[in-house]
Design a protein around this ligand. Sequence first.
Ligand SMILES: Cc1cc2nc3c(=O)[nH]c(=O)nc-3n(C[C@H](O)[C@H](O)[C@H](O)COP(=O)(O)OP(=O)(O)OC[C@H]3O[C@@H](n4cnc5c(N)ncnc54)[C@H](O)[C@@H]3O)c2cc1C
Length: 425
Amino acid sequence: MMQRRQILAGLVAGGALGLAGCATGTGSANKAKVLVVGGGYGGATAAKYIRLLSDHSIDVMMVEPNRQFVSCPISNLVIAGMKTMADITNPYDGLSSKHGVRIVHDRVASIDAQKKTATLAGGTVVAYDKLVLAPGIDFMWDQTEGLQAAHAAGQILHAWKAGEETMALRRQLQAMRDGGTYAIAIPEAPYRCPPGPYERASVVAAYLQKHKPKSKVLILDANQDVTSKGPLFKKAWKELYGPMVEYRPQHKVTAVDGKTNTLKFDVQEDLKADVVNVLPVMRAGALAVQTGLANANGRWCHVNFINFESTAAKDIHVIGDAIQVAQGMPKSGHMANSHAKVTAAALVAELQGMEINPHPMLTNVCMSYVDATHVIHVASVHEYERIKKSFFTIGGSGGVSDVRSDLEGRYAEAWAANIWADVLR
Ligand SMILES: Cc1cc2nc3c(=O)[nH]c(=O)nc-3n(C[C@H](O)[C@H](O)[C@H](O)COP(=O)(O)OP(=O)(O)OC[C@H]3O[C@@H](n4cnc5c(N)ncnc54)[C@H](O)[C@@H]3O)c2cc1C
């Protein structure tokens, strides 16, 4: 605590703690100050690239409660026992040692968009010229009766934010009897990582096939059909797992009973399973909602796509899963990393009095494992259209795999290693 306060005290400006644009009496006098909130795929990338693209002339502070970066991509393989937590955990050190990002391990409790200050949970007030908000997602517990209590009791997990819960779900699967049922319930889109639930069902099936072959995997989907790479997933389930995997569309969970592991639906009969994995309805991270930035149905944040500035607050730029997406834009780590680079370039241009790139582009690749080694992908390139003020997928720019393959499995390993290096080192 003392050490953190000292770091922040080094940024004192005119008596107020912080990253003030008019900072005096510090090594960073007169430098523009950017505060990045959240050190996930979006925030950490933005912090690094603002430093890089400004030739280290802009001060960047990143506030993130977690001491290490734990990746959601690849976390399904940890749940299935094919990778370890160590494989998906990376240090934040490179951002500070190589790029000079000031990292503060705390939580931003509130933002005052008028005064351009943020107050940390520890009480410190930080002033900024520009704020990049990348808080990821939070859950709308009230949409599913009984879910919050069952989750708090450790009975019904989501494991949709990688960390301790990833291992807790792993332990539930290890404890399940051979012949038991694992049920995963998927909310209506939009949610974080469209193919993620189907990947999880696939690799859990691979684990059960090997260790508890009499078991069953039930995929209970609130959507009309598989929301990403549908034909490839269905082919894999049929060919690799046969009757072990059962997909049921249009199954919207309305309530759960954690004591009996029962799921209740809006239409169908109640259903019990041995391990119940419910992905709650999602929305932008709580801080975005609380700051009044979730102006798309109180769930997601509208942004001006040219620079990802919130349409509700000047000088606050929202990126990653928290935004109301443009057409064909998934909520993915790759996309958050792409948002961050466009935003970093725009912020640096604005702060240095240059013209913003009028034609930014974004890329996305989502790789999904269907067993321990075979992978399928979907890719796309998105361009900003000036007249429509939004991003659109460029026709023919991407596509999906023809077949699952272990070559793509090796690409997926490389994708993870490369993006972690790009975000953090
Ligand atoms: C099982 C699973 C598999 C996935 N697989 C893939 C994949 O293969 N490829 C892919 O591209 N994407 C994948 N994703 C999606 C990907 O993880 C997300 O899209 C990505 O993490 C979004 O980045 P973000 O920066 O918006 O949010 P996050 O990466 O979640 O980062 C948000 C950060 O903000 C911090 N934070 C929140 N509130 C505050 C606050 N008040 N103060 C300070 N910090 C705060 C949090 O601690 C967190 O570190 C997967 C997701 C899951 C769940």
